[in-house]
Structures are given as C-alpha cells and as structure tokens.
Design a protein around this ligand. Structure first.
Ligand code: MTE
Ligand code: MO
Length: 373
C-alpha cells in the first residue's frame, strides 16, 4: 500500500481528495491567525507521503550529470547560517471552485483556503549553491526533485530560474522548520525548498536532489501542468510548449467571514467582513476595497495584520477587516479586491480569465449573505 505512511491529520482540515491527500484550512479559521497553525495548514500532495529515515537522508546537488555536493541535514545546519522568513504559500489552483462556476475545469476543486502563512527556518539556497561552486551566469535553471514517487517510479519535480535562487533578495531557503518545529511529514520532512512569492508547486517538499542546468525541469509539473492559457483554449487545443510555467503569483484576495449563505446580524447598520489578500513576487498589499452594492460604492478595509518587510521582499499575506454599512437590505453580495505595491489589481470576473486548468483564479471574491436585525 503506497499510502501506508500517511501521517495523522487534524479533523478540522477540509478534505478535497483523500489519496493522494489534499485538504484546505477551514474558512472560519483561516483569517484568525497571521501565522497559520501547522496542523491546519493546507496540504497539497500529488503522490503518497514518502517514508524518510533521517539516518539515510542526504541532499544531493548535481550539474551536468555529476554529483557536486552532498549534505546530511546536520551538515546543512552546521555549515551554513540559519535564516528565518515569514512567507505565504499558495497553490496556483487556489479558488479554482469559483472559476468552475463559469465552466468546468480540470483540477482539484479548491475553495479559497489553499493558502497559509508560516515562519520557515533553514539555510539560504544561494549559500549552499555558492559553496559547491555554482555561478549564476553559467546556468539558467535550478531543479528540485522530491523523494515522493508515483507507481511508475518517477518523482515530483519542478524548477525555478537561477536568478531567483541566487539573488540575495530572492530569499529562497532550504527549510527544515515550520513555525519553530521540525517540518511536519505532510509539509516535506525533513527538508523542503521555500521559494517565496512563487506558486506553491515550485516549493518542493521532501527535497532529495537539486540539479543546476541550462534547461527547465522536464517533469510533468513543469511542462504539462501549472501553466495559464487563453479562455478559448481547451485541453485538446492547448500547446503546453507555448506557455511559460507559472512562477510569481498575481494579486489575490478572499472574504473568509462571513461565508456564502450565512445569516449575518447587522450591528449599527453594519456587518463585519474579514479576509486575506496576498500578491506574489515580493509585492505588498497596499489596499483592499470592499463593496456591497455591485461596485457602485467601495469602502477601504483596515489591515489587521501585515508583515513589516518591504517590497520586493514582502512575502506574507495581509489580513483585513471592515465594518461595512449595509443600508436596509435583506441580503447583500459582498465583493472584495486587493491592490498590490505595483498597483496591480484583480480582474472583475472569471469569464475573461477562465482557463481549462483553473489556475490563477483571482477575480473579485463575491459572497452572498442574508441579513438579520
Ligand atoms: N513537493 C513534492 N515533493 N510533492 C508534491 O506533491 N506539491 C506542491 C508543492 N511541493 C508537492 C510538492 C504543490 S502543488 C503545492 S501547492 C505545495 O507543495 C503545497 O505545500 P503544502 O502541502 O506544504 O501546503
Ligand atoms: Mo499547488
């Protein structure tokens, strides 16, 4: 049984698929904490969780089919300075279920909670690559291979451009701790790469090997998945060689409280709305706008939690809250949209960003609720 080594999971996680295990944080809890508790952090596994024995574990580094470095976890911890970063991790398929309402897509039906924020501790990838003699101008890509295998024996893998790996401001780390404890099994024990600002898919868990190359990873997940297409292209007509892999993520936001169908008590003619906003590429959220009248009037939300790091190294989400006037309506549809520090904002609807894989699903978030007085 390939699923014999799966860890115990928190009962509150909302399962999206059981084998391989995929689950999101319950929406009512997501915005309660700036740092998502480990056992409530969304899990996105493509394959069974591997059985890793730390005694046998070593990270290998390869270029041109030659082994240029090999480090046990203890060696990594001893040989390189320890660093911590606060970074949000989000699946490129987060909020896919909203896009599905326009037209079916291919992929797990994620709600808005395939996202979370953690303090990741480990060593800088650039320190390790420099130690084994890698020079940024001699290569183009850095591949990461997991030690989680499918039945045919191929493992999870992907790559990022070398500039991100080598840039001091890229903050890519080989993490062995998540929120002050050893990485949980579901999140990549004993080592994962954290590529902040970049799609979850590039943050390889159970990291076994790093390959420095002039080519992108040829893995399924780099070449034939996690790419965006025009709304009129479908699976049969898509040419995956024509679209680049998703790396830095566009700006997104969502309402976590209230949720669809809730009956909300009006206090002083207002209701309280809470949510998150985040942007990739190290950009920071500068504003979140909320409307309950289809965008005729917008109110600016208050930020309740935001990291102090400045762009282009602002890796964490922003939590926001707003007591918004609702007039004498019996029901309202709440809309939210965020603006990042590049003044990029979200598209209004899903019609014009629909894509058959349901990725980059970042249109305004809309939640319809009943009001009680
Ligand atoms: N790494 C390995 N080895 N295997 C995987 O299936 N899934 C990726 C990425 N790294 C994956 C992986 C995807 S698509 C996402 S969104 C994130 O891990 C999810 O990380 P999490 O489960 O810690 O939230
Ligand atoms: Mo993902």
């Amino acid at each position: 049984n390939p699923y014999g080594k799966e860890p115990k999971r928190h009962v509150a996680l909302k399962t999206v698929n059981s084998q391989p295990f995929n689950a999101e944080t319950p929406i009512s809890l997501l915005c309660e904490n700036f740092i998502t508790p480990n056992d409530l952090f969304y899990v996105r596994n493509h394959l069974p969780v591997p059985d890793v024995n730390l005694k046998d574990y070593a990270l290998e580094i390869e270029t041109n089919d030659k082994l240029v470095g090999k480090f046990t976890l203890d060696q990594l911890k001893q040989d390189f300075p320890t660093v911590s970063i606060v970074a949000t991790l989000m699946c490129a398929g987060n909020r896919r279920s909203d896009m599905t309402k326009i037209k079916a897509v291919k992929g797990l039906n994620w709600g808005p909670c395939a996202i979370g924020t953690a303090t990741w501790t480990g060593v800088r990838l650039r320190d390790v690559l420099k130690r084994v003699g890698i020079k940024e101008d001699e290569f183009k890509h850095v591949h990461f291979e997991g030690i989680d295998y499918d039945v045919t024996g191929s493992q999870y893998g992907t790559s990022i451009p070398i500039w991100k790996a080598m840039d001091k401001r890229g903050d890519v780390i080989l993490a062995y701790e998540m929120n002050g404890v050893s990485l949980p099994l579901d999140h990549g024990y004993p080592l994962r790469v954290v590529v902040p600002g970049v799609a979850g898919a590039r943050n390889v868990k159970w990291l076994g090997k790093i390959i420095i190359s002039n080519e992108e990873s040829q893995s399924h997940w780099q070449q034939n998945d996690y790419k965006g297409f025009s709304p009129s292209i479908d699976y049969d007509t898509a040419d995956f060689t024509k679209a680049p892999p998703i790396q830095e993520m566009p700006v997104i936001s969502a309402i976590c409280q209230p949720t669809h169908g809730d009956v909300v008590t009006v206090m002083n003619d207002r209701i309280r709305v809470k949510g998150y906003a985040w942007s990739g590429g190290g950009q920071k959220i500068i504003r979140v706008d909320v409307s309950v009248d289809q965008g005729k009037t917008w109110y600016v939300a208050d930020f309740t939690a935001q990291d102090t790091a400045e762009p282009p190294r602002h890796w964490a989400w922003t939590l926001w809250s707003l007591d918004i006037p609702v007039g004498d309506n019996q029901e309202v549809e709440i809309w939210c949209k965020a603006v990042d520090s590049s003044y990029n904002t979200q598209p209004e609807n899903f019609q014009n960003i629909w894509n058959f894989r349901g990725v980059l699903s970042n249109a305004y978030h809309k939640v319809r609720v009943q009001l009680s007085r």
